[in-house]
Write a protein that binds this ligand. Sequence first.
Ligand SMILES: NC(=O)N[C@@H](O)C(=O)O
Length: 530
Amino acid sequence: MAPSSFKRIAYEDLASTPLAQCIDLANSAIGGSIVAVTDEFFAPATNMINPAPPLHCPGRFVETGAWMDGWETKRHNATYDWCIVKLGFAGQILGFDVDTHYFTGNQAPAASIEGTFCPEGNVQDKNIKWTEILPKIDLPPSCHNVCVLDQPTEVYTHIRVNNYPDGGIARCRAYGVVSPIFPKDHSEVIDLAFSGNGGRVVQVTEEHYGPGSNLLLPGRGKDADDGWQSKRSRGGDHSDYVIVKLGAKGHLIKAELDTSHFKGNFPHQIKIEATNSDQDIPCAKAQWFTIVEKSKVGPHGLFYFDTTHAGKVFTHAKLSILPDGGLKRLRLYGVREGATLPLLPWNGLASPKNVMIAEPMTTAAFALYGDVIETKDTVMITGANQGTAEKYHKVAQINNFFPNNRGVANMCIFHCRPTTELPFTVKILERHPYSSQFFVPMTHGQTRGYLVAVALNGADDKPDMSTLKTFIASSTQGVNYHQGVWHHPMVALDDTTDFACFVHESGVPQDDCNVVDVEPHVIHLPGFHN
Ligand SMILES: NC(=O)N[C@@H](O)C(=O)O
């Protein structure tokens, strides 16, 4: 296939091109990843697919040289560098932005981009056929370089970014449309709005703090930065909305609104309408049906609504927020046109009350359950070691309530392998009836943290699951469970982790530790999974 012909445009004009209705298929927020790279001496190739815009930190240096927010290879390459990116979803590409921001004098002077379709197997195999999509273009320093292809490409799963002959590229955006791989079972309920199923935001009234397209991303994101958030509207009967073109025409049966990390700025109300239009953006005369009446949502949680008009077939949905605010995700569950509707109301999702989003661990949030072992929030600090240290006093309350001195101190180490189950499901909890127990990670900050799940004891002497709290403890925090507090056994994240542990034990199993089954709760860990 001949290389695509294209035109270069100013970044400011992108909004008026088809790229505005595309998603960045290479973006790590939708699962894009770096498969292979010839060199990343100064800065890693993963920076190129970071959803956030590049940062400029003049004067910041690392041991290889100036800190750069992009992919930067070492000098004097006699040929050229390349980097293979696995797209988050397979799709057709309509254009690129090869962004060299803040690379001035060390930007890659030129780049080209190829594509291939390799849904399985080794994309580096020598027999893989690569097709040039973007011929070599010159790259001026520190700027966007937006190229709109004259026609969409065929479906690709990977792109190869060629960097001539070496240097830095801040970001590489591959604007395209997803080619969804739908379940073989036509009647399977899927999220028809999901970006991976081809859902796209085609219109939004206001996105001051975060783009509407974030609503359709995988997972629950890491913080309020990866949701859709409009600015404060200040009076009147204002509302903001996004229009989503569904990945396939179909019947909608349930809506899920996720307000995670929006705790004081979630919308007062939401409303959802739907229509059937053959336009990319429904025209002004489109007939909209209200499928979720004006409804309240709340802070930092998941909210589910059975939709009306399930018998109708729709192509677009319109989510309104009144008067304004922020939302993390919108899921619109349904079946594709022609499929058999499931029994309604459909309850195929984990019960919303049993889906939680783990919070960062703080002394205040954890106070009912135990202590956070760290230097901050400590009550008393004194000088120590002839002025060379500070002593943080009583950071944890150590309990030993064994009668007749039966409890013996056990200072031990738990060598924990990381969980492979994310999101994580809490199915059991344990407690130590007569002793506190603390854990302190011995990871020198090499891991990002671990999961802590706790609950208070109920009147039936079992965990009171209404008090279940889940936290992500950082690798510089220890945790101390007070005597009798129900907690999940240690759940290491990222890597194998050694935890120093201190507990009192008598050698009598039922006095040392009680383990009980609990109603399963699905815990989402922002930043640890999509
Ligand atoms: N990152 C960095 O320091 N790069 C420069 O040294 C260079 O252009 O090689």
